[in-house]
Design a protein around this ligand. Structure first.
Ligand SMILES: *Cc1c(COP(=O)(O)O)cnc(C)c1O
Length: 415
């Protein structure tokens, strides 16, 4: 169905086409931990990958499957595995596909927790090199014989650099590397990494896909483009049982989800599924609000810099225009030195001081003091993060109210 119908139509009718009981329009919340079989052969067949079905909810649940189907449709991928959080999806993907001695090339501008988990993998014996992803040549310089995987994000947080997604895709294809793209900032509504030859797409379902700040979740989607038969780290037992195309995602489901245990609850899967139905409406509104706010802030004398891909002086504005449907809901800005950042933030009455993003509500956070505090002043300076930088996740409020809130806070912050 996803081939013929539009983005939102496909998600809205997805559960129904899985034929839940009584013609329900939503897949019910299946709270059972285990499934029983009248004939033991049914259970054995599920264990031996000979039949579809459910055995134990840690590795599969019909409510979670319904969400996995929707994410696969949104990404136009082949198959998806959902996890308890975005971080669980990232950790499971790396731990189930990599072996000690393998080499990864990763973006130097990554989500802080992803950077931290990469350090854990370095401590466990992986080699990981970090480079500025805005130019593929920085990645080409790092290629080694043992390089197996490349990891980038679409739009970096907080300074909104956009990776050379297309160039890196070609580089990975030429060198037979697994290309992992964290699509959280753009979401499949604004961008499908399959278009730039990604092998695996990560989404934090907590953010735009769920969208309401009421459930944690994560996913990894196999786009079907990578030839897993050539991948040396696939377990021999899977090569005997599983279709070649499904080797990678099955290894992630078994080692990463079943054995790793970062399972998404059926209740959270249901909340995220319902939230996902309106992603197009929410993101259109958030992008329009972000564009208006970026222009308002850019023109204000107390704002020294605005980081938003929609602004024409953004270094990768043309790349964003070419690749993405719109410029996203994430923006940062830095205040003039004379303004007290905390006092300004405390004058915002509508905008919430909070660390999440992709919520329906507009959230603001002082970057250097919170999400990038542990990096230290020297690394922050290297990454171009001034102490006065504020990150905004723009929500879907009425734009007049948002601008009035900023206008007021700037006015009273006049030195
Ligand atoms: C939030 C986020 C994650 C982690 O997702 P959680 O669901 O919070 O674990 C990963 N990558 C990016 C880019 C994120 O913004």
């Amino acid at each position: 169905m996803s081939d013929q119908k539009g983005f939102t139509t496909t998600i809205l009718h997805s559960d129904r086409l899985l034929k839940p009981e009584f013609g329900a329009l939503h897949q019910p919340v299946h709270t059972a931990v285990t499934w029983g079989y009248d004939d033991v052969r049914g259970l054995v067949d599920v264990f031996q990958n000979k039949a579809k079905g459910y055995a134990y909810s840690r590795q599969g649940n019909p409510t979670v499957t319904a969400l996995e189907v929707k994410v696969t449709q949104m990404e136009q991928g082949m198959a998806t595995v959902a996890f308890s959080t975005g971080m669980a999806a990232i950790t499971a993907t790396l731990s189930s596909l990599m072996k000690a001695g393998d080499h990864i090339i990763a973006s130097a501008f990554m989500f802080g927790n992803t950077r931290n988990v990469m350090q854990t993998f370095i401590d466990l014996g992986l080699e990981i090199s970090f480079a500025d992803p805005t130019d593929v040549n920085n990645f080409k310089d790092l290629l080694q014989e043992n390089t197996r995987l490349v990891f980038v994000e679409t739009v970096a947080n907080p300074a909104t650099q956009i990776a050379d997604l297309d160039g890196i895709g070609k580089f990975c294809e030429e060198n037979n590397l697994v290309y992992v793209v964290d699509n959280t900032m753009t979401s499949p509504y604004l961008f499908r990494p399959k278009k730039v030859k990604a092998s695996l797409v990560i989404n934090s379902l907590t953010k735009y896909i769920g969208g309401h700040g009421n459930a944690l979740g994560g996913s990894v989607t196999d786009t079907g483009l990578f030839n897993w038969v050539t991948f040396p780290n696939i377990a021999p037992v899977l090569r005997e049982q599983i279709k070649p195309a499904l080797l990678g995602i099955t290894q992630i489901r078994k080692r990463g989800l079943r054995d790793g245990g970062g399972t998404l609850s059926p209740e959270a899967a249901h909340s995220i599924s319902v939230g996902s139905e309106t992603i197009a409406l929410r993101l259109e509104r958030a992008c329009n609000n972000a564009t208006a706010l970026s222009e308002f802030l850019n023109a204000h004398p107390l704002v020294s810099k605005v980081y938003y891909p929609g602004l024409i002086d953004h270094p990768q504005h043309d790349r964003a225009s070419e690749l993405f449907r719109n410029y996203g809901g994430l923006m940062s800005f830095a205040l003039n030195d004379r303004v007290d950042t905390f006092a300004f933030l405390n004058e915002l009455k509508l905008v919430i001081k909070s660390s999440n993003l992709g919520d329906t509500r507009t959230l603001a956070i002082p970057v250097a003091h919170t999400i990038f505090f542990e990096l230290g002043a020297a690394r922050r300076a290297e990454m171009g993060i001034p102490d006065s930088m504020i990150r905004l996740s723009v929500g879907i409020e009425d734009i007049e109210d948002l601008i009035a809130d900023f206008q007021h806070a700037l006015e009273v912050s006049m030195p």
